[in-house]
Write a protein that binds this ligand. Sequence first.
Ligand code: BGC
Length: 473
Amino acid sequence: MPSELDRTAARSAGDLEVTNTGFVLVAAFIAALGGLLFGYDTAAISGAVIFIKAEFSLSTFPEELVVSMVLLGAAAAALGGGRLSDHIGRRAALKLTSLIFIVGALICAFAGSFPILLLGRAIVGLGIGLASTTVPVYISEVSPPQARGWQVSLFQLAVTIGILTAYLVDYAFAGSGGWRWMLGLAAVPGLILGLGMLYLPESPRWLAKHGQMDKALSILTRIRGTSDVSAEFQEIQDTLSQASERGHWSQLLSPAVRPALTVGIGLAVFQQITGINTVIYYAPTILQAAGISSASGAILATAGIGVVNVIMTLVSMRLVDRLGRRPLLLTGTAGIVITLGILGFAFLKPGGGLAHIAVVTLMAYVASFAISLGPIFWLLISEIYPLKIRGLAGGTAAAANWAANLLVSLTFLTLVEALGPSRTFWLYAFFAIAAWIFSYYLVPETKGRTLEEIEQSLHGNAALRRSDATQNS
Ligand code: BGC
């Protein structure tokens, strides 16, 4: 049996880091449920809409509306949600998110008329927008620097699992036309998120920002599992004392924050205009256009794409704290350029063997996204902004992401009609080249640095500009 001395030695040798990691992990897993709901609710509609259309006799526009209402709600909530979480706290914002998810899902499930269904979808959208601004920031603020990359990426992992679950649930209920179940089931993870948040602590960084130093220190001590958190705590205090008094909209455009804002909004838009959701939302349609004639074959291949998305997100999580953000981002974006280019060629002459090339290339495209723009966008926007305006600035980037998502989702089918699939994919490939150049010159490396060190580099006027970025490439 180990003596007390052994136990103490083990503790000081970092044994307690295991406990600490365990605690932060639970926090990260629960918060990441917000991501699961994000993925589930954006993807479940793809199967449900077929039956909704029939039940309410919808023409094209109302059909588009029921799909995109969630994106509209998400954009609005992301814009306001960041400020809300700066104001009421990350924990309260997440509890509210859970409530909104539950109410929205139940309204959808029991909607007696089309307008009520639209209302339910808009409410679900608010939940998604709030989750997308609050979850990455919360995880980022409770995680230790050396594990922050993969822990925040749990959010993206949850998004991809949510998408895959939605494909499977849609498939399971397709036989009975059970769209109410497809949409209503989202209440379950919503409830778990809410219950979980009752037990999780507030972010110590948010508490410190609001002057609750004692509480901040005691929570930091608890989640790090060691009494020696003085260096980290001191760093938080120093950074706060240097920042100006109140986080405000005008600060977003201050010279110190502007480069980070450009990175966040730029990546937000590039993440969407390189076409990911044309695949996530329209995969069966694309696959049928590529020459896979049976609907079940197309659905099966779609599920395959969902699995690749999950697996490659796991790969990215393994690498992000070792290799860093930039190598993954640049490699994956290059992969996006190449696969979109090939897809364009595959669609020049659909049918025959090209159908298989299309499936494999679509999978390679999603794999490239899953190691790069997918997780790394959400990670960076939780890291690169000063604490005072972290929610607000991250919310702005998330809102830009939702707005770009809406734009691409609404224009994809029209673009395919006007330009044909080949040119449409080449257009996205062109945007991906721009994304690569943007990332190469502007995106900083944040691996292994504390949030405070990252913030210091903003104040130090070196900002997040090229020199800072390239030195780590
Ligand atoms: C994007 C979503 C997308 C998902 C696919 C997320 O990072 O923001 O729009 O549907 O990745 O995995």
